[in-house]
Design a binder for this molecule. Structure first.
Ligand code: SIN
Length: 297
């Protein structure tokens, strides 16, 4: 009998390039080791997991997230302190204003494709986003399978990027806002941020994925700027194809867990007159790496 059967957990793939629903599991209840292993295996297989109909408070969200590892503190955003007192590991994603002041990040805007905090030396292994209020329409979150994006690259593009690294700009958020304390840069080579391999090996699955971060101000180290721009444009045109994506249409009580090492995400804009409130937390990771031995296997 396999683990999902023994634990009573059912995993239902979306049928798209990534994503699965996990049913039969109440995240507010203690999670035994077998159930956790089943969830982790499903996560590695499907990259994005959705748990519907949950009733989680902040300690419950943090307790589940901590099963995967230590958590990051909320990142620096454009609008100031938007973590949840007394939980600095929770960041609020919201367009809601109280007394004219935003309580969260990203507002109602479209967020471009990105990988969370790829501009840091150590990048989160995954993120969890829990829906407390959702708009009647819009605000869907898209996820893209970067294993598939790498595996289906034309040979000449694969050869052009193996062994190369990319600078990941830390100055702007995924809606294009300048983060607090950062200066605008005109030349991507001057942008602040970490340098990582463009092809990264997942430490658990040993599969290789494209690792692009964000398009804006990205730079492929060592290339003339025009060549870097051309190569990045071709990589992004490929990686953002709809065939690699799945879109989450939110309901209150949905928790989404995604793997930042092999999936990127984006968000649709929504009506600013409606309310959207999400709590997010991120699991700490290590430096991304590429293991050339995986290509010979
Ligand atoms: C994010 O980029 O983490 C936000 C996604 C969302 O608000 O749906």
């Amino acid at each position: 009998m396999d683990l999902p059967q023994r634990t009573g957990i059912t995993v239902i793939p979306t049928g798209a390039a990534l994503g699965a629903d996990v049913a039969g599991f109440d995240l507010a209840k203690p999670l035994d080791a077998a159930a956790f292993r089943a969830i982790e295996a499903a996560w590695h297989g499907h990259l994005v997991l959705r748990f519907r109909g949950q009733q989680l408070d902040d300690p419950g969200l943090l307790a589940f997230a901590r099963r995967f590892g230590d958590l990051d503190r909320a990142p620096v955003h454009a609008v100031g302190d938007t973590d949840v007192d007394p939980y600095p590991e929770i960041t609020v994603m919201s367009n809601i204003k109280v007394d004219g002041k935003p309580i969260g990040n990203l507002g109602h805007y479209e967020a471009e494709w990105h990988t969370d905090m790829s501009y840091n030396e150590k990048t989160p292994i995954g993120s969890l986003l829990y829906a407390l209020e959702v708009p009647p329409a819009g605000g869907d979150t898209g996820f893209s399978n970067l294993y598939r994006a790498f595996e289906t690259l034309p040979g000449e593009l694969k050869r052009a990027i193996i062994g190369k690294s990319c600078k990941h700009d830390s100055s702007r958020t995924s809606v294009g806002d300048l983060r607090k304390g950062f200066k605008d840069v005109a030349d991507p080579r001057e942008a602040p941020g970490a340098v990582h391999p463009i092809v990264r090996t997942h430490p658990a699955t040993r599969r290789n994925a494209l690792f692009l971060g964000r398009r804006r101000n990205a730079y492929i180290v060592g290339l003339p700027l025009a060549e870097s721009e051309d190569l990045l444009n071709r990589l992004w045109a490929h990686a953002s194809k709809p065939e690699f994506a799945w879109y989450q249409q939110w309901k209150v009580g949905d928790l989404i867990l995604w793997d930042n090492r092999c999936a990127m995400h984006r968000r649709d804009a929504f009506d600013p007159a409606s309310r959207r409130l999400m709590h997010r937390t991120q699991i700490q990771g290590d430096r991304p790496f590429f293991d050339p031995a995986t290509l010979a296997a």
